[in-house]
Ligand binder design. Structure first.
Ligand code: DC
Length: 230
């Protein structure tokens, strides 16, 4: 089996990360959640009271940010570290992070800073990376590109279940409104807007089980990685 780059893009809360994680585990690839990197930058800016509407100040602050990932064997999951500190829980549940991350990710200096790191992570291939611009900007030559979609109502319900499970008190309407706002900002920003790469395969998982989705994707991976004998 040859090592490839698998790029997974799509809207918020459409199950990209779950798919990417399960896939990486199954084929023993590295998994990189680029959304976590944008969330980590956002958390740093909020914690340090940096005005996110002031791109020069944001650009300056980037020099003080180191993001890394660590595998946690106990929870069998990946932790995001900001300057060595575990911020995994905080970036997922802090509503201020969710409220500002689209704005922060529209700043070109932030995108340049993170894209460079993401490209370096793919040097040895054997990677599954998910985000919004992976197939279009980060790895335009990725061997396999997936574009995942799902109905907004279905996505909002999934996100609500996730937040409730993490102890957050919110409503379906709030979650749906935040999701629609992020969809609009992600797909209409000037720098690297979310869009399907021409050669990406679209998967609508509104009514597809996780297991069936994974089966489908594994088939696609197989097609791309098996060495042709002809
Ligand atoms: O996937 P997520 O919801 O954790 O992403 C958080 C935000 O980061 C989302 O609003 C869009 C942005 N993002 C981005 O602009 N580019 C990426 N490659 C990944 C995420």
């Amino acid at each position: 089996m040859k090592n490839i780059i698998i790029a997974i893009d799509g809207y918020s809360s459409c199950g990209k990360s779950t798919l990417a994680k399960d896939l990486a585990k199954k084929i023993q690839y590295h998994y990189v959640d680029t959304g976590a990197m944008y969330r980590a930058v956002t958390l740093y800016l909020l914690q340090n009271h940096i005005d996110i509407y002031h791109p020069e100040m944001v650009e300056h602050a980037l020099q003080n940010i180191t993001i890394s990932f660590e595998y946690n064997a106990e929870s069998e999951s990946q932790l995001t570290l900001l300057n060595g500190e575990n911020i995994e829980h905080e970036i997922r549940v802090n509503p201020r992070v969710a409220g500002s991350v689209s704005e922060v990710s529209s700043i070109s200096a932030v995108r340049r800073f993170l894209v460079q790191q993401q490209q370096a992570m793919g040097n040895n291939k054997g990677i599954v990376m998910d985000g919004r611009d992976i197939g279009t900007v980060v790895f335009p030559n990725a061997e396999l590109k997936l574009f995942v979609t799902a109905d907004p109502q279905v996505r909002a319900q999934r996100r609500l279940d996730e937040l409730t499970e993490k102890g957050q008190n919110t409503t379906f309407e709030e979650v749906l409104a935040n999701l629609e706002k992020r969809d609009l900002m992600d797909s209409s920003r000037l720098d690297s807007p979310l869009k399907k790469a021409d050669d990406a395969i679209e998967i609508d998982n509104s009514y597809l089980s996780k297991a069936d989705q994974l089966k489908l994707v594994l088939q696609l991976v197989n097609e791309k990685t098996s060495v042709s004998l002809s």
